[in-house]
Design a protein around this ligand. Structure first.
Ligand code: PBG
Length: 321
């Protein structure tokens, strides 16, 4: 076995998987104002961008060959309410950010979450009725949220709410409104994970979150159920599917890709990024090397691409060879 590992050229020739900038989706946080960027304390190296800074940052990602970004807004607390009505405001932060990006860089793909958690005072992804996140009533507002985002220029709607039946409802709404070309990337197998902690800090939903999300996000104990979730989303019209979190769920990525053969993505979430960065900052791990190793692992597992907070840094490293 060691003959092929002996030289760099034979290692290159026998490598089974490759990572390129085209495999990366960059999740970006956007804030109000037109001033300075604001760091996310629990995600060293990640900042939230005001719109005027965001467009340049996205331009840099595009120039590095990153095909798409995923936008996440930090909504002012005075704009949040019980029913997350700000989600359907056509002039909300995320819609303004989409328009600014598409205006400055029409060639990069813009992906937007559909879920109510950035907008609700209780931090849940849906409408809370008698202490329970109501499924069907939430679907209407998710469809409206999808439409305002599509009208603002969003290329890919990414439902991350985990309500049953939302992909079909959103597909219908988009088609009826003339958005047949807008794609759906379903957060199909999304687990009720503790690895989302730093993200909830970044979008300001952690302090307000009441309870947990276990009545709609998946139980980490389950694998077969992920296959059923993905099957439903494909049947309802998803163009691409996602597994989330990433590294602890690579077995699910492999099963989904082998079972369905559809474009399959994985989200290396905030907590995965935070733990690698924390160890690197302490000098306990070699940061750049674990970054690259973690990303190639997604490719080896069968993912077509990875959402990662490392996207820009990794693309720079790839470019430098
Ligand atoms: C919103 C959403 C979450 C993430 C992406 N979209 C948080 C959650 O479901 O609570 C997490 C991303 C990350 O941790 O990086 N529904």
């Amino acid at each position: 076995m060691r003959r092929n590992r002996r030289d760099a050229w034979s290692r290159a020739l026998t490598a089974e998987n490759t990572l390129s900038a085209a495999d990366l989706i960059w999740p970006v946080f956007v804030i109000e104002g037109d001033g300075i960027t604001v760091p996310v304390d629990s995600m060293p190296g990640v900042v939230r961008y005001p719109i005027n800074r965001l467009t340049d940052a996205v331009g840099e990602a595009k120039d590095l060959g990153i095909p798409a970004i995923a936008l996440f807004p930090l909504v002012l607390s005075e704009r949040k309410d019980e029913d997350g009505t700000e989600a359907t405001n056509p002039d909300n932060l995320v819609c303004r950010a989409i328009a600014a990006i598409k205006n400055a860089h029409p060639d990069i793909g813009v992906i937007c979450d559909v879920a109510l958690d950035p907008y609700t005072s209780h931090g849940q992804d849906g409408l809370v009725r008698e202490g329970y996140v109501a499924n069907d009533e939430t679907l209407d507002i998710l469809a409206k949220q999808s439409l305002v985002q599509a009208r603002a220029g969003c290329d890919v709607i990414a439902p991350s709410d985990m309500m049953d039946g939302r992909v079909g409802i959103i597909r219908d709404a988009l088609d009826k409104d003339g958005f047949q070309h807008v794609r759906i990337l379903a957060y199909a197998a999304k687990y009720a994970s503790a690895f989302y902690g730093p993200f909830r800090d970044a979008v300001g939903s952690s302090s307000s979150l009441k309870g947990n999300k276990r009545t709609y996000q998946m139980d980490p104990a389950n694998g077969d159920e992920a296959i059923r979730e993905v099957a439903l989303d494909i049947e309802e019209g998803a163009d691409m599917v996602m597994v989330k979190p990433g590294m602890p769920y690579l077995d699910i990525v492999r099963r989904v890709k082998e079972t369905f053969g559809v474009p399959t993505y994985a989200y290396q979430v905030s907590g995965e990024y935070a733990m690698m960065q924390a160890a690197a900052q302490n000098g306990w791990l070699d940061g750049p090397r674990v970054m690259m190793e973690s990303l190639i692992a997604f490719k080896r597992a069968g993912a077509d691409g990875v959402l990662s907070y490392y996207a820009v840094e990794a693309a720079k490293r790839l470019k430098a060879g």
